[in-house]
Design a protein around this ligand. Structure first.
Ligand SMILES: Cc1cc2nc3c(=O)[nH]c(=O)nc-3n(C[C@H](O)[C@H](O)[C@H](O)COP(=O)(O)OP(=O)(O)OC[C@H]3O[C@@H](n4cnc5c(N)ncnc54)[C@H](O)[C@@H]3O)c2cc1C
Length: 309
């Protein structure tokens, strides 16, 4: 288990000269994931801005594992923690209008903020982002979508950064985009994106956002820590339906439970470990496979070490 030092201690010895962001040791990832569970990160860096991040990456050993984190709303960190470095995009959150129909946002900008800004500018197409409780970087990585919209439908271009701090503008054809999956150039991460929207002569974007949020509140267990939908929908069906008809609503392991309200959500009823959640994910997969002959594919990203490793 990766727990050698005091949680959240400021790293004085292994930082990079000139660094302006905050570097922490043994940072509890339960603070940075929407499941509010899981182990610690060995090193956790919050760059002050993109230039600070470039400088930091240039001074980071090339063999050190890197994991990028936005709002942790699609992430399960195992209880044994994460080796290497977590880069948080929390402070990379500039977002502005650049041209007639385009918005540029940094990776750490919340999806909700982009949706609101677009609506206020009289643009349409980004309303679905309003209810996705993550960042633009996470949405680009996952091709997050809802109510018929998908993140990459909006992308004009992206800016990426590599391990050496090199920044590049990349165009849409540099990426293979699918349902909750995106493949792009190896060892590059998102710094920002240009989103191209449509004009909305009738207005009403804010009302559409309110309606979508209302719909979510009806369908989803909003008050309990979760990661949203745990499994991808199989072609032509819904994971939630398969889980529901397998009799799994309310089934629990430890303090992790299949939501009574939405069967594709696993909620933390208070004090669930990452091991509880992962065991429940496996139980759901096995039960659905036995009853329906298909293996659900997790949409959530499971990272880190099991305890004892
Ligand atoms: C209540 C609830 C409802 C949800 N509803 C939806 C929904 O309707 N539709 C949907 O698609 N998802 C939904 N989700 C899941 C989640 O919000 C999305 O997947 C979101 O896009 C994740 O963003 P994040 O910033 O939290 O990413 P994280 O969880 O922090 O990271 C997710 C992945 O993205 C990678 N990543 C993060 N930032 C970067 C970056 N800058 N560059 C490269 N990789 C990066 C991480 O390494 C990780 O692999 C929901 C979650 C919750 C809790």
């Amino acid at each position: 288990m990766l727990t050698a030092r005091r949680a959240g201690a400021i790293d004085s010895g292994t930082g990079v000269a000139g660094m302006r962001g905050a570097l922490r040791l043994d940072e509890p990832m339960a603070r940075h994931t929407s499941w509010r569970a899981g182990g610690r990160a060995q090193r956790y860096f919050v760059p002050a801005d993109a230039e600070d991040l470039q400088c930091f990456l240039r001074g980071t050993p090339s063999e050190e594992p890197l994991l990028w984190v936005g709002l942790g709303s699609n992430l399960l960190v195992r209880d044994g923690g994460l080796r290497g470095m977590v880069i948080s995009t929390a402070r990379l959150n500039a977002c502005h209008f650049i041209a007639e129909r385009a918005i540029v946002a940094q990776a750490g900008t919340s999806c909700a903020r982009i949706a609101r800004l677009a609506a206020q500018l009289g643009l349409t197409g980004a309303e679905f982002l309003a209810g996705i409780p993550g960042t633009l970087g996470g949405a680009l990585c996952m091709n997050a979508g809802a109510f018929g919209g998908e993140t990459w439908e909006l992308v004009g271009s992206v800016e990426t950064i590599d391990r050496q701090g090199g920044r590049r503008r990349r165009e849409r054809p540099d990426f293979e985009v699918g349902y909750r999956e995106v493949r792009g150039p190896a060892d590059e991460w998102y710094l920002a994106a240009e989103l191209v929207l449509a004009t909305d002569p009738e207005g009403g974007g804010i009302d559409r956002i309110k309606a979508l949020l209302g719909r979510r509140a009806e369908l989803q267990p909003m008050g309990q820590p979760s990661c949203g939908s745990v499994f991808q929908n199989p072609p032509g069906d819904h994971a939630a339906r398969l889980i529901d008809v397998s009799g799994l609503k309310g089934f629990s392991i430890g303090n992790a439970a299949v939501s009574e309200k939405h069967a594709n959500f696993i909620v933390n009823r208070g004090g669930a470990t990452a091991a509880d959640i992962e065991a429940l994910i496996e139980h759901v997969r096995c039960t659905v496979a036995e009853r329906h002959g298909l293996w659900l594919k997790p949409e959530v990203r499971i990272v880190g070490e099991a305890p004892g490793h």
